[in-house]
Design a protein around this ligand. Structure first.
Ligand code: SAM
Length: 222
């Protein structure tokens, strides 16, 4: 099976199952035109995030890694009228593009974009008494995934859903002591997930327009 097949199947699934949303489509266009890297989740993956948030009745969502706000808008679409979402982004330019995209999607009153290194902004959230969040989506720099997991669990409650993208890395995740710190980061992340008695979890491989990768999915049980 080729990447071309994965892409055509993704196209088929997205056309069939992912409702058209001009604000989401324009968010991708504006992100590309602003020079942001094209590393947002795929449309069918964004839809999956929205469905996960709806399934767990999320009212408060935390996202780590905003980029141009594409996944943020998907998650924001799942929120009830009084819901809220905090999204953390290191690059001021990404945050600026995201804020405009989020506003166009009609979510400015529900979404806060915080600029800074997430390992700094996460402790600030804890210090403010933010949380517990109902769903956390981890999608920033992979080397820091272990730290993001620890802070996410601190900002959780029993029942909180934690989703992390890009944990398979073209299959390199099975290679211990890999030279790439991103691979070591997701391996340590998965090891901490497995070792945490408060988490019940799995991970699934994905193929599609974003290549070969995968999501980890966990629920806080106690
Ligand atoms: N979730 C986005 C989506 O699907 O639309 C994609 C996020 S992209 C894969 C990762 C983002 O994390 C980039 O915008 C990058 O600037 C940001 N990032 C990288 N290092 C970070 C850090 N230390 N703290 C916060 N954000 C960071």
């Amino acid at each position: 099976m080729t990447e071309q097949t994965w892409e055509s199947v993704d196209g088929y699934l997205s056309e069939l199952l992912v409702p058209a949303d001009p604000a989401l489509e324009q968010a991708l266009v504006d992100s590309r035109e602003a020079g942001l890297p094209e590393i947002a989740v795929a449309p069918n993956q964004g839809r999956m995030l929205e469905l996960l948030a709806r399934m767990c009745g999320a009212r408060r969502i935390l996202e780590i890694g905003t980029l141009g706000g594409y996944s943020t808008i998907w998650l924001g679409r799942a929120l009830p009228a009084d819901g809220s979402l905090v999204t953390l982004e290191y690059e001021p330019k990404h945050a600026q593009v995201a804020r405009a995209n989020i506003a166009r999607a009609g979510l400015a009153d529900k979404v806060e974009v915080r600029v800074g290194a997430a390992l700094d902004t996460l402790p600030a959230l804890v210090g403010e008494g933010a949380g517990p969040f109902d769903l956390v989506f981890i999608d920033a720099d992979k080397d820091n995934y272990p730290g993001y997991l620890d802070w996410s669990v601190r900002l959780s409650r029993p029942g909180t859903v934690i989703v992390a993208d890009n944990v398979i890395r073209d299959g390199k995740v099975v290679e211990p002591n890999h030279a790439d710190p991103r691979v070591r980061g997701v391996r340590e992340f998965l090891a901490r997930v497995a070792a945490n008695p408060r988490l019940s979890a799995t991970a699934v491989q994905t193929v599609g327009t974003k290549g070969y990768d995968g999501f980890a999915l966990a629920i806080v049980t106690g």
